[in-house]
Write a protein that binds this ligand. Structure first.
Ligand code: ASP
Length: 434
């Protein structure tokens, strides 16, 4: 019997998890009702999910370090790190801004923060008079954003790695790889071989971990379903749907247009090829944890070179978060509407700018954007506690936005590979050469 492809296994696991989770939720009084031998189902699901997630996280630090060092040193020795670096950053900035603007337009159009024309604050149990809010608008936010960027240059690289501060680790690894290219050949070569060896081992470990993905994903998704269920107040449901619509718009319109016309590749064939990574992102809600799978899939299924993927993807997993940026903007706009804050150009501009900057610094872990949303809320003078109402749908929306984050990275890497003249498996007119 032919083996079922991994993405189908993962998809089936998600469907089973939703069905099973919903059944457990229906027949138990609360999430922690004892299930098997006195242990609640949710604990069992969470345990299985946690082991899978831990396994992925376990390899992040050596993977990021080795892939960036090897990537930068490899490209740097060819003398064109500049072109690749600038193209990558430009692409990241443009797509992130596009995502934010889509979020802004959709939330302005749908206006989920109003019910029958009135701010939904009361329904959502948000209470702070708008006058108090407006007074707080001045001069907030800049310091917090600066703090995020300070982490880019960590005083202690080992501590940064231990605490999962990926920006610091990335910055260090880029410098390390870059200066390796300034060494004498006999000094650089053993270093390169060492880091390349580490990288290869990490990729092998990824393949092993991914064999267990269906079981891990089942645990993660089932635990979410039992804990949060599907019920929620109407404005929140409308907000969640609006976010999903905006994320879809970005993923199936904006990014595919760039793939088609700049990358000259088939957008939906690329999406299909990337599906194992997109589904892993969906179930783990973590760009960092998904990184090993993203690299593996992009190289093997899409056919992007290791040179490009090992530079663009680790950077993108932290720096390029299209879905997160869109969500930050949408969430802040929704809460501003619900509080009845006047949405002047200034307020909207502040929200867009801070969403853009903070999405760069947000870590690729579940719910990380809540911190960034707190920064935006403070900047526009709304109480940070308002984040509480976002929690109802946060996990589900996190799953969606993380997939979009990964999709954005994959699109960028594919386009950059094509601009460098690479032949991929999804290029237009290349199908027969596969
Ligand atoms: N979970 C997201 C990620 O890892 C970050 C976020 O939006 O909270 O990409």
């Amino acid at each position: 019997m032919p083996k079922l492809a991994l993405h189908w296994q993962v998809l089936i696991a998600i469907v089973l998890a939703v069905t099973f989770g919903a059944t457990v939720k229906q027949y138990t009084t609360d999430a922690f009702t004892p299930g098997v031998w006195g242990v609640s189902y949710v604990s069992i699901f969470a345990f299985v999910g946690a082991i899978f997630l831990n396994a992925l996280k376990m390899i992040i630090v050596p993977l990021i370090t080795s892939s960036i060092i090897v990537g930068v040193a490899g490209i740097g020795s060819g003398g064109n790190i500049g072109a690749l670096g600038w193209r990558t950053l430009l692409f990241y900035a443009v797509t992130t801004l596009a995502a934010i603007l889509i979020g802004l337009i959709v939330i302005n159009t749908v206006a989920p923060g109003y019910v029958d024309g009135e701010p939904a604050g009361a329904i959502l149990a948000l209470d702070a008079p708008p006058e108090d809010i407006s007074e707080k608008i001045e001069g907030k936010g800049a310091g917090d954003v600066a703090e995020l960027f300070k982490r880019m240059v960590p005083p202690n690289i080992v501590k940064a790695a231990a605490e999962g501060q990926m920006l610091g680790l990335i910055f260090f690894s880029i410098l390390f790889g870059y200066f390796m290219t300034h060494l004498q050949h006999e000094d650089a070569e053993p270093l390169f071989k060492f880091w390349n060896g580490v990288f290869q081992v990490m990729m092998k470990m990824t393949e092993l971990i991914m064999k267990f993905a269906p079981i891990g994903v089942f645990g993660l998704v089932a635990a979410v379903v039992v804990e949060t269920g599907f019920a929620a107040a109407r404005p929140l449901a409308v907000f969640a749907l609006a976010v999903v619509a905006a994320l879809l718009l970005h993923s199936v319109v904006t990014l595919p247009l760039l793939l088609r016309f700049i990358g000259r590749v088939k957008p939906f064939a690329t999406m299909r090829a990337m599906s194992p990574a997109l589904l892993t992102a969906f179930s783990t809600s973590s760009s960092s944890a998904t990184l090993p799978v993203t690299m593996d899939t992009l190289e093997k299924k899409v056919g992007v070179s290791n040179e490009v993927s090992s530079f663009v993807l680790p950077l993108g997993a932290t720096v390029n978060m299209n879905g997160t940026a869109l969500y930050e903007c949408a969430a802040a706009m929704f809460l501003a509407q619900a509080y009845g804050l006047e949405l002047t150009f200034g307020v909207q501009f502040t929200i867009v700018t801070i969403a853009l900057l903070t999405s760069i610094g947000v870590a690729g872990v579940p719910s990380a954007s809540l911190v960034a949303i707190a920064i935006i809320l403070t900047a526009v003078g709304l109480p940070v506690e308002a984040i509480g109402v976002l929690m109802v749908f946060d996990r589900v929306l996190d799953m969606c936005r993380t997939s979009v984050n990964i999709w954005g990275d994959a699109c960028c890497a594919t386009i950059i590979a094509r601009l460098r003249g690479e032949t991929t498996k999804v290029g237009i007119g290349e199908a027969r050469r596969r």
